[in-house]
Design a protein around this ligand. Structure first.
Ligand code: CP
Length: 321
């Protein structure tokens, strides 16, 4: 975003629920804000007082390594207090609902809830029932906005812009909230998206999405500037979407052989966790084109920016009341 536009723009959202309804200007504003936070992580004392006195709750109903730890670290770097909630050790096991859980936590005085849930729409539902800011850290098959933000941030860093890029999103699109948030963020920033995978792993309403579809990776590989390899989400599969793991790998795996046919500067991405040897060979995941760990590093700056902005949005909204 041009500097003068950034100065004029006033962020007033107190929730980050998804990217589908967000404008290009808002997405670019988050990316530019994250750029400003990046340098905090390079200091010897990695702290800023931005959220001192604020309480952030990580309300995770599904497992996570990257998103959860990244939000925890981001909140602590901004000097917030962090409460870690896990479904397994909570009263959810005794039948307490999501809304009751959140309201009880809110009664203890919290400011921001970061929620991951297996139900699509859980973050939106929560935002209607509590006063605290709500950040979606992944809801069902719906959205994973901070993952997509860190993805586009990383692409912008590597390629300079997303305008005109061809980006392949490969694999289990049907069960992927990352794919959905990627589609919204990347197309708004000017990229063309090609979804690649077997028909059984494409979403039912794929023709309504602003994308091209290919059922063959080899047919589109040479066109791509960026490739985002998705994990097969075995935990969400009802029945076998392909005859065998070996066949899936043969047709859709990113292998050293396929890399020889791709553009030399193809940027290789993966949101993690990786099924090594299934959707991507280890030599490619760890190779020179891979930005997988850079994505993780950038996630920290993105999540600091999002925590900062929703808190600022809450202040703006309070002024309007
Ligand atoms: N990319 C991602 O959401 O990873 P986690 O499930 O480990 O948070």
């Amino acid at each position: 975003m041009a500097k003068q536009n950034q100065e004029k723009f006033r962020w007033d959202r107190k929730h980050l629920l998804g990217l589908k309804d967000m404008s290009r200007q808002e997405i670019e504003f988050i990316l530019d804000t994250a750029r400003g936070f990046e340098q905090i992580s390079t200091r010897s004392i990695k702290k800023a007082p931005t959220l001192r006195g604020k309480v952030v709750v990580n309300l995770f109903f599904e497992d996570s390594t990257r998103t959860r730890n990244s939000f925890t670290l981001a909140a602590r770097r901004l000097s917030a207090d962090v409460v870690e909630f896990t479904k397994k050790s909570s009263s959810v096991s005794k039948g307490e609902t999501l809304i009751d859980t959140a309201r009880n936590l809110e009664a203890m005085g919290i400011d921001i809830v970061v929620i991951r849930h297996n139900a699509g729409g859980a973050a939106k539902l929560l935002s209607r029932h509590i006063d605290a800011c709500v950040i979606n850290a992944g809801d069902g098959f719906d959205e994973h906005p901070t993952q997509a933000l860190l993805d586009v941030y990383t692409i912008r860093e590597v390629k300079g812009t997303l305008e005109g890029l061809k980006i392949g999103i490969v694999g289990d699109i049907a069960h992927s909230r990352v794919a959905r948030s990627n589609i919204w963020a990347m197309t708004k920033l000017g990229a063309e998206i090609i979804l690649v995978g077997p028909p059984t792993l494409m979403p039912a309403q794929v023709s309504r999405l602003p994308v091209r579809v290919s059922y063959s990776l080899d047919a589109v590989l040479e066109e791509l500037d960026v490739i985002n390899m998705l994990r097969i989400q075995f935990e969400r599969l009802g029945s076998n979407p392909f005859p065998s793991v070996r066949e899936y790998s043969h047709f859709f795996g990113l292998t050293v052989d396929r890399m020889k046919r791709a553009k030399p500067d193809l940027t290789v991405m993966h949101p993690g966790p990786i099924n090594r040897g299934l959707e991507i060979e280890s030599e490619v995941a760890d190779g020179k084109n891979s930005v997988i760990l850079r994505q993780v590093a950038n996630g920290l700056a993105i999540r600091m920016a999002v925590l900062f902005l929703v808190n600022q949005g809450a202040t703006e909204q309070a002024k309007k009341v």
